[in-house]
Design a protein around this ligand. Structure first.
Ligand SMILES: O=c1ccn([C@@H]2O[C@H](COP(=O)(O)OP(=O)(O)O[C@H]3O[C@H](CO)[C@@H](O)[C@H](O)[C@H]3O)[C@@H](O)[C@H]2O)c(=O)[nH]1
Ligand SMILES: [Mn+2]
Length: 896
């Protein structure tokens, strides 16, 4: 918050630029003193060269890797190695010491343990080399926004996906769109496309309202430099008006804007209220024509420009970013490929569309995609991403920059581990040290080229260090913009051409040297024949031609009318038939969710991705905080993993010989294999109950001293790795524990169902739907947490809970009957049963809800299953009968 200056003008080349210069100068001074103190030792990571004269600031790398300090990472690595060794000894002991009178129990438990061990390895080793990163926004400015010149920052197209206005309230979408339109980036370089898969007139009209409100909101944001720029969240912030910096004019305008926003909300809510009941003859638009999207499953493609270049001005007369509504065609009998299909329709449409709107094909080499509920919480987020993408040294090989997902409105204790910080702050940082984070579906800036399915440019070793800013790999042409331009390497160009001609599959990577500067591309002749490109990208000559144009040229001989026809053509159902869309190009189809596969393919093409965590979270979204919605979300993710695992894209076999690094592969294997762990997990959570109910049986023989030592060391190692992991990542103990709990809860419900549904799909071709999660309405805070919806997913964990509780009771009462000696062996079992119960505890809480209104059906089912189960065990091995060999075999547990 810096409402300090009442600026008459804002934008680049003006005050904002000067401010940046100031801060840069200050940094310089600080830097200088630091260098003097440290002797410049720590400054040579990735090209940061201490000897550089200060004048070269604009040529310095735009970001820097910050390895985790060795005092934190080395003990961590050491304990991993120790844990591996201990695990080896542990398994040696387990395998060599079967339990003769409970052989089945022993065998099952050992198999489970081995599986857990393997999945630990898959999860652990991609975390061997975690890193942090630091960006230099001021250098980006110095480099690409020179005073008095037009900005040279690269254009970005921002995609917002929405599908169901009831589950994804228009107000939520409006806030996202407003935060995009107000982003701190040259307005002529930002375009926002909203994809409406629900073809809802409500969404359309809400967007129209939003574009009007944006004319007031955007100048307000920029004038006072506020954060975040999504009004709902901005006005929800507490501001201390007594602080000295707050100016009267700001207070006044803020109050006025708040009122405007409230009126805007009223208008949106009126639209929502109107949309509750569909008129019999369907919706009609304001001009009296029927709404084309009245049949959601059968309607033509629709495109509407809300803020184009003419007319897209704010209340101060400044230009606004473009805002376009797109709803792709839907026809019965076509597979629409859910969100991936929507994104691909947008990729195809935008280039044509832009040329239609502005008659100039803007060169948007980058795309940012967002879910409708993920708003810009940091208005500089695009700049953060550009610090990687537009870095002449590392940028060329970056396919996407992923921001972590952060959330609003999660209950304080984050009962169902919605924040997922273990994933976002541990695993993803680990991957960033290898080949980059996986794509999580939202908050990701893509290089368009990488989406077109091209290979990453090969890293070349520089022959000699020709200039002072060379890192490990560098093409001379790019590093010293300005001075060395004329020398722009000619050799790589011919090399590249040879490569294209040889490689039939990879098609034509457009001129690679041209992209790095984003603006000034180089024209190369087209080595791939037109018909091949049409086979790849579809029968749109305009689109195919646009894939060639990297340099913002104009498509000659195309009239606006024919361009609109083209645009509608590329969002039609049949357009992608027999093309490589969804197979090699764009967002990849084949699983319920598109994220893992899309990123995986890019990594297989040799690209690297970057994980960017700005101090102020770049984007924020909402998450399902009630149990059933959360389980369904996890089910969708797990199902998608199973689908990938069972497809030709299974990371175990796919993509060798490409550019995928082996540790990266390991993590993709982990990401697709994990739902299978639900089977051993279910077994392992059942075992304690069985053990408690069957007297005298346990999964291990009586422990010797040496054996206890292995058990104990393993526990200590597990504990120590977690502690050290939390230490380097900054993840708190509560978050970590929630993740552990939810791993068990999700494991024995959602993941388990995913395995069966996935098998069903592969074997019987049963397709599954994308269940969209509801994005928080404006009702009572956290009421969602207690909302309860019945779902079959709840049966297995409920049953587990009950049998383990029964097991504990039975075990204890049995021990009481049998006197003092039987407490010893019981300890192990009880510990084991408690382990299960404690992990399922948040589930129990969710089940009980706020008013203790667990639907009877679940209780009935679970009690039924639990009692059948207990009866079986009890009948087979009554508590008081000591040995009953023949009977035991009935329960399938061969205990002899
Ligand atoms: O047919 C569809 C289905 C969904 N969506 C959009 O997909 C997004 C994600 O849906 P959501 O219900 O919010 O799923 P989440 O589980 O909350 O989202 C995470 O997981 C998804 C994959 O499962 C990713 O696509 C998302 O980016 C990621 O945030 C939303 O914007 C939807 O509008 C479509 O556009 N078309
Ligand atoms: Mn979501």
């Amino acid at each position: 918050m810096d409402p300090s200056k009442d600026l008459a003008a804002y934008g680049y080349g003006s005050v904002a630029w000067k401010e940046r210069m100031e801060s840069w100068k200050q940094r310089q001074e600080k830097l200088q003193t630091m260098k003097n103190e440290k002797g410049g030792k720590e400054w040579d990571d990735d090209g940061d060269n201490p000897d550089l004269p200060l004048m070269d600031e604009a040529r310095q790398p735009l970001s820097r890797k910050l390895p985790i300090s060795s005092s934190q990472i080395n003990p961590y690595r050491m304990i991993i190695v120790i844990r591996l060794v201990v695990l080896g000894f542990f398994f040696h002991y387990r395998v060599m010491h079967p339990v003769n009178d409970a052989y089945a129990l022993w065998l099952i438990s050992v198999i489970c343990e081995i599986w857990f061990g393997l999945s630990w390895i898959l999860d652990q080793f991609p975390k061997w080399l975690p890193i942090d990163r630091e960006t230099y926004l001021d250098r980006l400015s110095l480099r690409y926004e020179k005073e008095g010149q037009p900005s040279q920052l690269a254009p970005v197209d921002i995609f917002v996906s929405t599908v169901d206005p009831l589950k994804e309230p228009p107000l939520v979408m409006a806030n996202t769109v407003l935060s995009i339109l107000a982003v701190d980036y040259p307005v002529d370089k930002v375009s926002c496309y909203v994809s409406d898969d629900g073809a809802a007139m409500l969404t359309f009209e809400a967007l129209s309202e939003t574009s009007e409100f944006a004319r007031k909101w955007v100048p307000f944001c920029k004038k006072f430099n506020i954060e975040p720029r999504a009004p709902e969240f901005y006005f929800a912030q507490k501001i201390d008006f007594l602080k000295d910096k707050v100016e009267a004019s700001f207070v006044k305008e803020r109050r006025a804007m708040k009122r405007e926003y409230e009126e805007f909300k009223v208008r949106i809510n009126a639209l929502v209220a109107k949309a509750q009941k569909v008129p019999e003859e369907g919706w009609t638009m304001q001009d009296g024509t029927p709404w084309p999207g009245n049949n959601v499953r059968d309607h033509p493609g629709m495109i509407q420009v809300f803020l184009g270049q003419s007319g897209g001005h704010d209340s101060d007369g400044n230009e606004l970013p473009r805002l376009v509504y797109v709803s792709r065609e839907k026809r019965p009998g076509y597979n629409h490929h859910k969100k991936a299909g929507a994104m691909n329709a947008l990729v195809s449409v935008i280039r044509i569309h832009l040329s239609w709107v502005s008659a100039v094909l803007t060169n948007a080499p980058y795309l940012l995609n967002l879910d409708c509920d993920h708003y810009f919480n940091n208005s500089k987020a695009i700049r953060e991403a550009m610090c990687f993408m537009m870095d002449p040294l590392i940028g060329k090989r970056v396919c996407y920059v992923q921001f972590p997902q952060r959330f609003d409105g999660i209950d304080r204790h984050d009962r169902y581990a919605n924040r997922n910080t273990v994933f976002f702050d541990i695993n993803m940082k680990g991957l960033d040290g290898i080949q980059g984070p996986i794509y999580v579906g939202t908050g990701c800036v893509f290089r368009r080229l990488a989406l077109y399915g091209y290979d990453a440019p090969k890293a070349k070793k520089p022959p000699t260090r020709t200039c002072n800013c060379l890192p490990k790999w560098c093409c001379c042409g790019c590093c010293c913009s300005g001075t060395k331009k004329k020398k722009k390497n000619t050799k790589p160009k011919t090399e590249l051409k040879k490569r294209f001609l040889k490689k039939k599959d990879a098609g034509t990577p457009p001129p690679l040297e041209g992209i790095e500067e984003g603006i000034e591309g180089i024209e190369t002749e087209n080595p791939t024949p037109q018909h091949k490109l049409e086979k790849k990208f579809g029968q749109s000559s305009v689109f195919v031609a646009s894939t060639m144009l990297e340099d913002g040229g104009t498509l000659k001989g195309t009239s606006p009318a024919s361009l609109l026809k083209e645009a509608i053509h590329v969002i039609s159902c049949g357009y992608e038939d027999k093309t490589e869309w969804g197979k090699e190009v764009g967002w990849i189809y084949g699983s319920v969710t598109e994220d893992i596969l899309t990123g995986f393919k890019m990594h297989c093409h040799g690209w690297r991705s970057i994980y960017c965590i700005p101090a102020r979270p770049a984007l924020k979204g909402s998450a399902p905080i009630n149990l059933s919605d959360r389980l369904h979300q996890v089910l969708r993710w797990a199902l998608s993993s199973i689908e990938i695992f069972l497809s030709r894209h299974c990371p175990l076999w796919y993509g060798y010989g490409g550019g995928l690094k082996w540790l990266e592969r390991l993590s993709y294997i982990n990401a697709t294999v994990y739902p299978w762990t639900s089977i051993p997990l279910l077994a392992y959570c059942t075992l304690p109950a069985v053990c408690c109910l069957l007297t005298g049986k346990f999964i291990t023989p009586e422990l010797s001293n040496v054996a206890s030592l292995w058990f104990l060391s393993l526990f200590i190692c597990i504990f120590a790795t977690s502690i050290l992991e939390m230490r380097w990542s900054g993840v708190g103990i509560e978050e970590w524990w929630r993740t552990e709990q939810f791993w068990v809860i999700g494991g024995v419900s959602a993941h388990l169902f995913a395995v069966f549904q996935g098998l069903l799909k592969v074997l019987a071709g049963v397709d599954t739907n994308f269940t969209v999660t509801s994005k928080g309405g404006d009702d009572e805070e956290f009421s969602q947490l207690y909302a309860f919806k019945w779902t079959t997913l709840l049966i297995p964990p409920t049953t587990l809970l009950i049998i383990n509780l029964i097991g504990v009771v039975a075990g204890v009462s049995n021990a009481i009957n049998n006197g003092y000696e039987s407490w010893g062996p019981l300890f192990g079992k009880l510990f084991f049963a408690f382990w299960v119960i404690v992990h399922l505890y948040p589930f129990l809480k969710g089940l009980l809800g706020r008013q203790n209104r667990t639907p009877t059906i679940i209780i009935v089912w679970s009690i039924l299953l639990a009692s059948i189960f207990s009866l079986l065990c009890v009948r087979v091995d009554p508590f008081l009968a000591k040995s009953d060999g023949p009977l035991l075999e009935e329960c399938g547990l061969d205990c002899n």
